[in-house]
Design a protein around this ligand. Structure first.
Ligand SMILES: Cc1ncc(COP(=O)(O)O)c(C=O)c1O
Length: 450
């Protein structure tokens, strides 16, 4: 496929049509009820604009958010602990401006969120990369002399772990003992599947945690509204930094968000999206969790993305081959601060329809490296074929049709196949190209700044 180009955040366009967008960090904006969206902005348009803004944000929105985090995250706080921001990145910029001095150490999950790392680095912080595993931040390995630790406990970004309660408690105890502040990025906690909620770190100890929320995943990054919740003295300090920097959040956007929150439209949207994302996630799990051999699916119980962990040296080629077949994914490698220690693909399911997710899974299954590792020279004819339903990876090259068929069987067998009939057809037709010879395009998928 030639002539591939990026078109903003919404997807890729190629000469042959639109790519299936499976990169992480993209919500399903097509699921927003247009009537509710218009009503919210009409309501915002009826409020006369202010001549000057409270850096903390609209009082009515902060009161509504206090109720929202109590209901959705069991967090107890007053409106004067809440500051409205432009989102997680906006909150991090203000936190860094208010609390960091050049040279301060900031502990970050590794692999972790590149934008958060960039914000802290831009403020002169020394980044201490701390290992995250499939459960989240490895708290026992945190260093002592740290001003802040940034973490994503509800769904570790990108590996997808939900930080277990004992690690949460250990993290709070560590912060108490060292005097560090915990920055809790709660970017997609609204979405979890068949698992009970875990307590927000802020709820465990509001004195040592700054909690960050955003509308980027629940609604759209286009709104540009988020919030931070902290001790009142810290919130005041951060608001003072915002005022001195002239940083503000659009008042119109705050009114529109307040309207969505206040009339229940946001809650309805989140419930609808939970079901929609749940269906897409079920398709991925059914198609890829049975991945025999070296491939392993991680982080599938929450959020809007999963990780397909792969043996070193295969992810770049697989991403490039998937791109050639019309599926855009991200490699895990780019989320590491330095040398990667785990490899794989990060697969977002916010930006693709159920049918597209199904087709993408068919393509990916067919591209999986052989499940038994590299074959000794001269033994190719001993490979069993066609691959059986429920197993993946055997049909690397030249086995596209069989692999595509296997993918569909896997999806149907997982109980998630309703409404995705024909979803595997694209994969069947194109999966045979295999991994080899597609290395040059990996940079294109890797290079996105999410
Ligand atoms: C880990 C993480 N945090 C936060 C966000 C959203 O940030 P913001 O509110 O700045 O748009 C994202 C979006 O992809 C993310 O992946």
């Amino acid at each position: 496929m030639t002539g591939t180009r990026l078109v903003g955040d919404s997807g890729l366009v190629t000469g042959a049509g639109t790519m299936i967008e499976m990169r992480p960090g993209i919500p399903w904006v097509g699921g927003i009820d247009q009537g509710a969206w218009r009503r919210a902005w009409r309501r915002a348009g009826t409020v006369p604009p202010s001549a000057s803004l409270d850096p903390m944000g609209l009082a009515a929105l902060r009161a509504a958010l206090a109720g929202h985090v109590r209901r959705s995250r069991a967090m107890c706080c007053t409106p004067d602990q809440i500051m409205v921001t432009r989102g997680v990145a906006g909150s991090l910029r203000l936190l860094a401006a208010a609390l960091l001095r050049p040279g301060d150490r900031v502990a970050m999950e590794d692999p972790g969120y590149p934008a958060a790392r960039a914000v802290f680095a831009a403020h002169g912080a020394r980044i201490a990369a701390c290992r995250a595993d499939e459960h989240g931040l490895v708290v026992s390995e945190l260093p002592g002399d740290v001003r802040l630790v940034y973490t994503t406990p509800a769904h570790q970004y990108p590996l997808g772990g939900r930080l277990p309660v004992p690690r949460r408690q250990a993290l709070i105890a560590w912060a108490r003992a060292t005097g560090a502040l915990i920055v809790e990025d709660d970017y997609d906690s609204e979405f979890r599947y068949d698992v009970a909620p875990l307590p927000a770190l802020f709820g465990l100890d509001p004195d040592v945690v700054v909690h960050l929320g955003t509308t980027t995943k629940t609604l759209t990054p286009a709104l540009g509204v988020g919030w931070l919740v902290a001790r009142p003295d810290l919130t005041g300090q951060i608001a003072a930094a915002a005022a001195s920097l002239g940083e503000r959040t659009s008042e119109m956007a705050q009114h529109a968000f307040l309207a969505l929150l206040g009339c229940g439209d946001l809650g309805r949207h989140v419930r609808r999206m939970r079901r929609e994302y749940g269906r897409r996630r079920a398709v991925i799990v059914a198609a890829l969790s049975s991945a025999a051999g070296p491939a392993r699916l991680l982080g599938d119980t929450a959020g809007l993305h999963v990780v397909l962990e792969l043996p070193g040296g295969t992810a770049d080629q697989m991403a490039a081959a998937a791109l050639d077949q019309g599926v855009a994914v991200m490699t895990l490698e780019r989320y590491f601060a330095g040398q990667a220690s785990r490899y794989g693909l990060v697969l977002g399911y916010g930006g693709a329809t159920l049918g597209q997710v199904s087709r993408a899974c068919g393509v990916l299954r067919a591209l999986l490296p052989a499940s038994r590792g590299p074959e000794p020279p001269g033994t190719a004819s001993r490979r069993p074929e066609p691959p059986t339903a429920g197993t993946v990876g055997a049909g690397r090259a030249g086995g596209g049709a069989a692999a595509g068929g296997s993918a569909r069987a896997g999806i149907a067998g997982g109980g998630a196949g309703a409404g995705i009939a024909g979803g595997g057809a694209g994969a069947v037709g194109s999966a045979g190209a295999g991994i080899a010879g597609a290395g040059t395009k990996a940079g294109r998928t890797r290079g996105r700044g999410r």
